[in-house]
Design a protein around this ligand. Structure first.
Ligand SMILES: NC(=O)c1ccc[n+]([C@@H]2O[C@H](COP(=O)([O-])OP(=O)(O)OC[C@H]3O[C@@H](n4cnc5c(N)ncnc54)[C@H](O)[C@@H]3O)[C@@H](O)[C@H]2O)c1
Length: 344
C-alpha cells in the first residue's frame, strides 16, 4: 500500500528520511498506525482544518515563536504521559517551523527518543525548517539554544494546507526560496524572474509543485553531505548572518530581515567575490518582485555591534557567504571595517 505513495528517499548515515511531495493528509494513516500516533498541531492550523484531524489523538500548540520554550516542552510531555505514549509511539508535527522544531525536539528526548514525522504547513516550513534534522527551542533571547540534530522518518507535503496560508507567510518562505536559487540553482532563479508571487501562491499549482520539489532537494542534498554544519551546510546562511542581526533589532519578520541580509550580502559579493553589477541588480529586482525589503531604517551601529558578537567572527574578520555568480556561493572572510562601510 505504502509503495503507491510516491516519495524521494534521502539517506543520512544509518537513518533515512522519505519525502512525500504533493500527497494528501488522508494518506498519513498508511505511514503510521493511527492508534500509536499523536499529532502535535499549530492552533491556527487546527482551527482552520479541524475536520481533517477528527479521529486522531492531538496536542494543540499555541502559534508563534513564544511557544518555542521549555514550558511548552514540559506541557507536551505531560499530555504524552496522559495519552500513555510509549517507545512505539509516533509524534507528527503539523504546522510551520515553530511546531516542527518543537516536535523534533520532544520526539528526540521523550523516552530517549521516539519516531517522528512532519507535515509542514507553511512555505518556509516545507522548503526549510522541516528539512535537515535541526530542531530545538529558544532560551530567553537565545534562539535555538537547546536542540538536537535528528532526522524525521518522513515529511509529507499536502498543498491543501497552503490554501489558508496568509500572504505574509508566503513572502517569508519566498526569502528562503530566493536564497536557495542564489546559492545553488541559477535555472530556478531565472524561473523566479519569469513568474510572480501571485502565480506561486495561487494560480499555478504545477509551478508551486516544481518549486517545492527543487527546494527540498537543494537543502536535503546540502545537508546529506554535511549534516552537522562543518562545511557546505554553512552556505545555507547566505543573507542570514546580517539578517539575524537585523531581525533582532527591527522585529521584522524573519523573511524580510533575510531579504535585507541578502541584499547586503549581494553588495559585498560585488566587492569581494566577483559578482557582476548586472547579477547584483537581478538579485535586488527579484527581492523586490517577491515583496521583500532591501533596506532598513535601522541605525547600523546596533546591527554592527551584534555582528561583532557573532560566533562566525574571528578577531577583526568575519566569515560570510558571498556569491561569485547567481547559483554559485562560497565562504569569504571579510574585514569588519569593510562590512561597516557597506552597512553604513
Ligand atoms: N530547523 C530548522 O532548520 C529551521 C530552519 C528555518 C527556520 N526554523 C524555525 O522555523 C520557525 C519559523 O517557521 P515559520 O515561518 O513556518 O513560522 P510559524 O511556525 O510561526 O508559522 C507562521 C504562522 O503561520 C501560521 N500557519 C501555519 N500554517 C498555516 C496554514 N496552513 N494556514 C494558516 N496559517 C498557518 C502559524 O499559526 C503562524 O501564525 C522559527 O522558529 C525558526 O527558528 C527552523
Amino acid at each position: 500500500m505504502i509503495n503507491e505513495m510516491k516519495f524521494a528517499q534521502y539517506v543520512f548515515g544509518s537513518k533515512h528520511c522519505n519525502v512525500y511531495p504533493g500527497e494528501k493528509f488522508e494518506n498519513l494513516g498508511r505511514l503510521v498506525d493511527k492508534s500509536s500516533a499523536i499529532l502535535l498541531i499549530d492552533a491556527n492550523v487546527y482551527n482552520l482544518h479541524r475536520e481533517t484531524f477528527s479521529d486522531w489523538k492531538t496536542i494543540i500548540i499555541k502559534p508563534g515563536e513564544d511557544s518555542k520554550q521549555y514550558s511548552t516542552v514540559t506541557d507536551i510531555i505531560r499530555q504524552l504521559i496522559r495519552y500513555e505514549a510509549d517507545r512505539t509511539s509516533w509524534l507528527i508535527g503539523i504546522g510551520g517551523g515553530v511546531v516542527t522544531d518543537i516536535t523534533g525536539f520532544v520526539a528526540s528526548i521523550y523516552m530517549r527518543g521516539v519516531r517522528f514525522g512532519f507535515l509542514p504547513t507553511t512555505l518556509l516550513g516545507i522548503v526549510d525548517a522541516a528539512i535537515g534534522g535541526k530542531n530545538g527551542i529558544n532560551v530567553n533571547l537565545y534562539k535555538n539554544l537547546i536542540g538536537t540534530i535528528n532526522q524525521p522518518e518522513f515529511i509529507l507535503v499536502d498543498h491543501d494546507f497552503l490554501k489558508t496560508l496568509p500572504q505574509e507567510e508566503w513572502i517569508n518562505g519566498m526569502a528562503e526560496v530566493i536564497k536557495h536559487a542564489c546559492i545553488r540553482d541559477r535555472a530556478m532563479f531565472d524561473l523566479l524572474e519569469q513568474h510572480s508571487l501571485d502565480a506561486i501562491c495561487g494560480s499555478d499549482e504545477g509551478l508551486l509543485r516544481d518549486l517545492i520539489a527543487r527546494n527540498i532537494d537543494i537543502k536535503m542534498s546540502i545537508v546529506q553531505k554535511d549534516e552537522r554544519e562543518a562545511g557546505e551546510r554553512k552556505l545555507l546562511n547566505f543573507g542570514h548572518t546580517l539578517g539575524h542581526a537585523i531581525e533582532i533589532f527591527s522585529k521584522l519578520p524573519h523573511g524580510h530581515a533575510v531579504g535585507i541580509g541578502m541584499a547586503l550580502a549581494a553588495d559585498l559579493s560585488v566587492k569581494h567575490a566577483g559578482l557582476s553589477e548586472d547579477e547584483y541588480s537581478r538579485i535586488i529586482d527579484v527581492l523586490i518582485k517577491y515583496k521583500l525589503p532591501i533596506t532598513t531604517s535601522l541605525t547600523m551601529d546596533e546591527v554592527f555591534e551584534l555582528i561583532r558578537l557573532d560566533k562566525k567572527r574571528r578577531g577583526n574578520v568575519i566569515d560570510l557567504v558571498l556569491l561569485k555568480s547567481i547559483g554559485s556561493a562560497a565562504i569569504h572572510t571579510v574585514e569588519l571595517e569593510e562590512l561597516k562601510t557597506v552597512l553604513d
